[in-house]
Write a new protein. Sequence first.
Length: 382
Amino acid sequence: MKNTILISLVLSLKLCCFWGCAQKEESTKDKIPGAIDMVETDKRDDTENNDIRKITPKEFVIDMGAGWNLGNAMDTESEDETAWGNPITTKEMIDEIAKKGFKTLRLPVTWRFHMGPAPDYEIEKEWLDKVEKIANYAFDNKMYVIVNIHHDEAWIIPTYEKAPTVKSQLIKVWTQIANRFKTYDDYLIFETLNEPRHEETPEEWDGGTAEGRDAVNQYHQVSVDAIRATGGNNTSRKIMVSTYAASTNSNALSDYIIPNDDENVIVSVHSYSPYLFCLEGTDPTWGTEADKTELTQEFNKIHDKFEKEGRAVVMGEWGSTFSNNPEDRLAHAEFYATACVERGICPVWWDNGNLDEFAIFNRNTLEWTYPEIADAIVNATK
């Protein structure tokens, strides 16, 4: 570059007002439609571009598009993320998910095998590094990422007896996670708990007891408070908060409380409806008018509850298990995803990597086993 006085003056006049936003050429990212700024892949290195956008939670959820769960990988009930048959997560996997058109990656994480004892419950640095590395694979693809506490029900027991200890541990764990991601922009979403419930009780999947629902509300409260207390972008980051067991049971819905009535809390629910088709797999057929009416009623129940409260909703898990019924699964997925979008709900397909169950993507070959289902979900959000 020539270094004359004239050129210096011209450049100074044209560029001085933009000086604070200048970035190294090799670290800049393309902008997504709508002039929404993306930040560097490693967002810990730069805080200036990590502003939280001034959009409502409902606008935010619509922008999340179609979602896909990286299930049964970082959330195994083991120290080994391959314990449930899935390979180590690679950038190539997440690249393929994004290439198909999915805009949100839900990243379930089990923490209990990677933290120390009380009172600090220190999380292993290597485990946090792995979580962040996978998240950055998605951020490289301009995706949203949901990081949560997943299969940790062994210590998150919703009873008054256990509550003081559980709350103390939740505060320590969420403080560490939130601090690690504090400078990330709002494409990073926290989800306080996955399906908080009292395991192996009669009410486990039926909305729980009054005590259980109250304890879960308390657990969400301290988790949200811990995240907000870390400051930075976490003061107004979008946080997903689930009902008891993430259930749409009437008791779970009626006793659900938004912590602090926080305007940036998004409701998280799961619905494998109808159960016999989606989860149990004992009824492999779906698509009659009666089937559609039943599923519509399920969605209306969710919408009627939270629309009047002005709350945005994410369907964090849904899907159908394989029963040698590709046509029925496709019909269900098309109807389900469309019903979500019509009500402003982000649909996030549960993929556990098992091709005999919920998987529609082969993580070993990087091929879509059921591309029609993936396309139906993505196209619904378009």
